[in-house]
Design a protein around this ligand. Structure first.
Ligand code: HEM
Length: 478
């Protein structure tokens, strides 16, 4: 009897859930697959995470550049055309960050990436000057130093054998960001066994998985390290006036313009930032500025390896700008002149955007870009698919840096959104572009970059990686 009753209740739940989902999916003017009771379209995503991007693309081929899916009872609208994303991405009124960002909170707290509302507005306004051209200048020596360590390591492997890029470039990017943001040198490229490097590189990514204990351990290492650095610097700033800071002090703080100094010396609305807010911002910039640039560097080098004519043009531009002495470091203004290299980086970020998807949450019922969007719907902007969408780019799978040439017809700023767009775009994009230029230009000047054996299979949700690695071969140029 009880069994029959339970069965009946279960059946009623199934029917109730199905009616809800069918009604909900019809309340939009957006197509999508038919949801199943309880799970919605969750069955479509019961795959290895490496297949996630492919599944999103397959759905776009079937349902178009704006489609709807339900995961359990939650609705997602997935967009991959500028005509849909422009209005949404430009608004701060009716949208906020999506639910997936909550998973980052244990690590990043309420930093710029995850915060919303007034807190985000105040911090964004206050942090923007830290990435002004004048400040970027002061990061150049850091990038040049770390590029030389990277080149030295690659030189030992410049014999035409296969090189797996992600592990090597992740450390170079970590050294760059740590020294620029915190003003401390990690020397991760030289000490890859350090506790911090291991925590940031492997374990903390479990933040998105159920390996809670491992995650807690990694977060404790990261948070303690960040706290120690902040405390050391706070004491130092207390004892010294900012303009007298010794650039080579005994605690290894080298860069007086380090982002951390700005936070410590700040007065936000008349009050200094509390230690938690400072830590959240430092962790946020460490996270956003590390894996993203590593992915950009890796795929950038891969594209250069695969297209010898592009590599030749980069080298020609280097010779034009630097003259005969290709061994010397470029100046800041010479880096700004490397326009062809910039087009190559943009084209590589088009095909391989470091951040493949971003998410927003609709905060009230609205009509936007011709779509009826209900409160609490998640909007997924599928950057990866949009950048490869034939409705947006001609011959989208061809690598053509010239698309970004000033003289080209490419005009819609919302079709290339590797750094996102609108008020919540990437605050570090000039920083990233400088780092990518310094590193890739130096590698092309020093080495012939040749393709590896296999095509990478891009995958990832937060940051673009490759399921089967990304490999190149290198030979000395001379
Ligand atoms: C190739 C390198 C990079 C790419 C492709 C990239 C891309 C992006 C994208 C797409 C977003 C929007 C994220 C979202 O809305 O969910 C973003 C936001 C952000 N990025 Fe980057 N990024 C890069 C490098 C950097 C660097 C080097 C830094 C710091 C030095 C940085 C700091 C940030 C921060 C703090 C945000 C949040 C901004 C806000 O919400 O106001 N990024 N980035």
């Amino acid at each position: 009897m009880i069994l029959i009753l339970l069965l009946l209740i279960f059946l009623l739940c199934l029917i109730g859930s199905w009616i809800y989902l069918l009604r909900d999916s019809k309340s939009y003017n957006i197509p999508g697959p038919m949801p199943l009771p309880i799970i919605g379209n969750g069955n479509l995503f019961l795959v290895d995470s490496s297949e996630f991007l492919q599944i999103l693309s397959n759905l776009a081929y079937k349902f178009g550049d704006a489609y709807r899916v339900h995961i359990l009872h939650h609705r997602y609208i997935v967009l991959s055309h500028p005509k849909y994303i422009e209005e949404i991405i430009s608004s701060t009124e009716t949208i906020t960050k999506g639910k997936s960002y909550y998973f980052l909170r244990p690590w990043l707290g309420d930093g710029l990436l995850t915060s919303t509302g007034q807190k985000w507005k105040t911090h964004r306004k206050f942090l923007t000057p830290a990435f002004h051209y004048n400040i970027l200048h002061s990061f150049l020596p850091v990038f040049l130093k770390n590029e030389k360590i990277l080149s030295e390591q690659l030189k030992r492997r410049a014999d035409g054998s296969l090189i797996e890029l992600f592990p090597i470039f992740a450390l170079a990017a970590l050294d760059n960001i740590a020294e620029s943001i915190m003003g401390v040198s990690f020397e991760a490229q030289k000490d890859r066994e350090s506790k911090y490097v291991k925590a940031i590189d492997d374990d903390v990514l479990f933040a998105l998985t159920p390996y809670k204990r491992l995650q807690d351990k990694a977060l404790a290492v990261l948070h303690n390290h960040t706290k120690d650095v902040i405390e050391m610097r706070r004491q130092q700033l207390k004892n010294t006036s900012a303009n007298k800071l010794n650039q080579n002090s005994e605690i290894g703080m080298k860069n007086k313009h380090a982002f951390l100094d700005l936070l410590l010396l700040a007065e936000v609305e008349g009050h200094g930032l509390d230690i938690e807010s400072i830590r959240d911002e430092v962790e946020t910039f460490m996270f956003e500025g590390h894996d993203t640039t590593a992915s950009g560097l890796v795929y950038g080098l891969y594209c250069i390896a695969k297209h010898p004519e592009v590599q030749r043009k980069i080298l020609e531009e280097q010779m034009e700008i630097l003259g005969d002495d290709l061994e010397r470091d470029p100046t800041f203004s010479e880096l700004q002149q490397m326009k062809y290299l910039e087009c190559v980086i943009k084209e590589s970020l088009r095909l391989y955007p470091s951040v493949p998807i971003i998410e927003r949450l609709i905060t009230r019922d609205v009509e936007m870009s011709g779509m009826r969007l209900l409160k609490n719907s998640s909007i997924v902007i599928n950057i990866f698919h949009m950048h490869r969408n034939p409705n947006v780019f001609e011959d989208p799978l061809e690598f053509r840096p010239e698309r970004f040439d000033v003289s080209s017809s490419f005009k819609n700023p919302f079709s290339w959104v590797a750094f996102s767009a609108g008020p919540r775009n990437c605050i570090g994009q000039k920083f990233a572009m400088l780092e990518l230029k310094v590193t890739l230009a130096a590698l092309v000047r020093r080495f012939k970059i040749l393709p590896g054996k296999r095509e990478p299979q891009p995958c990832g949700d937060l940051i673009l990686r490759s399921q089967n690695g990304v490999q190149v071969k290198i030979l000395p140029r001379n």
